[in-house]
Design a protein around this ligand. Structure first.
Ligand code: ATP
Length: 305
């Protein structure tokens, strides 16, 4: 009974996490095999991801009847570009990522990748083309090696080591009692937020996906870790089609385009400079951040999350 209870208990835990964040949607699907509400069409084809360009086309969406969350949301992520989404807590930022990953289907409108509606392709091909670095990575109760290799189970040992090195987590792993065989996760060694995020980055580097979703951590890591992680994220996002859900404006000022969301609608869009010049919502958020930074002399969270 205990043997059955533990996995079920764990699945419940993972599911609760995912309901409220993007934490490891990839893993959720593997564990549950499939989401019963989302089915492949009988003639679903394999997504063509070459130079993936993403198009959100007049999306309306609600999780529950009578409570609409997204209202006529349209935007493009041209191939290789990074589009960042900012806005207050609950404005619908993570929902965009959940829909792109096809955790739910939209009620109207469509999401296209290279002109292919994501409902027309296999879920497997869609999700294997997408890497997610969530704000809080839930680790398997398994070795740290397994947790990284999960990004691409057929990777060689050298490739796993190289991914750990690129994510700047190799020195840390070498310092652990059993090195790569150290058990981590809920019942193993507890890792800090930054260490977990670096495991997620290593996993993503190994997976080498055409598209990326970054869900920036809401709680600031120490500024040294933060800077290193930001550098790493920028490096892996280079030339990949990327959706960044941002909580701190300072980290996305160089995004190709920034979308400002409010109550499920895009209320402003443009580059950092264009948005500042508009002197409206984004400019106010930026000013607020600047003031707080001056007060606290530390990076801060901007979206009132
Ligand atoms: P945050 O910055 O706090 O992460 P967000 O902008 O990413 O917020 P979303 O997670 O997209 O916001 O949530 C948008 C709205 O949808 C919120 O009102 C939230 O309560 C609601 N919501 C999110 N997930 C679900 C769900 N699984 N079922 C019902 N409502 C949900």
């Amino acid at each position: 009974m205990l043997q059955l209870y533990m996995p079920l208990h764990f699945l419940g835990f993972v599911y609760r996490e995912i309901k409220h964040s993007l934490a490891d949607m990839e893993r959720m699907f593997t564990l549950l095999e499939e989401n019963k509400e989302i089915q492949d069409k009988p003639d679903a084809w394999i997504l063509d991801v070459k130079n993936a360009a993403i198009h959100f086309n007049h999306i309306n969406f609600s999780y529950e009847p009578n409570r609409q969350i997204l209202f006529d949301v349209s935007f493009d992520i041209p191939a290789g570009q990074n589009i960042a989404v900012v806005g207050h807590s609950g404005s619908g930022k993570s929902t965009l990522a959940r829909l792109l990953f096809r955790f739910y289907d939209v009620q109207s409108g469509c999401i296209q990748i290279n002109d292919q509606d994501i409902r027309d392709v296999t879920q497997q091909s869609l999700r294997s083309a997408m890497g997610i670095v969530p704000q809080d990575t839930v680790l398997f109760n398994d070795s740290i090696y397994y947790n990284i290799a999960y990004g691409r189970p057929d990777a060689t040992t050298d490739e796993v080591y190289a991914a750990a090195k690129s994510a700047h987590i190799d020195d840390f792993i070498e310092s652990l009692p059993d090195k790569y065989e150290t058990i981590v996760g809920e019942r193993g060694l507890k890792l800090s937020g930054g260490e977990k995020q670096r495991v997620a980055i290593a996993r993503t580097i190994l997976k080498n996906p055409a598209m990326l979703i970054f869900d920036e951590a809401t709680s600031a890591l120490d500024s040294h870790s933060e800077k290193r992680i930001q550098v790493e994220l920028k490096r892996i996002a280079k030339n990949r089609t990327t959706l960044t859900i941002a909580h701190r404006l300072s980290t996305i000022a160089d995004a190709d385009q920034i979308l400002v969301m409010d109550h499920g609608r895009i209320i402003e869009r443009g580059t950092h400079q264009q948005l500042l010049a508009m002197n409206d919502q984004y400019a106010r958020m930026w000013e607020l951040q600047r003031q707080k930074e001056a007060d606290q002399n530390s990076p801060l969270i901007l979206t009132a999350s």
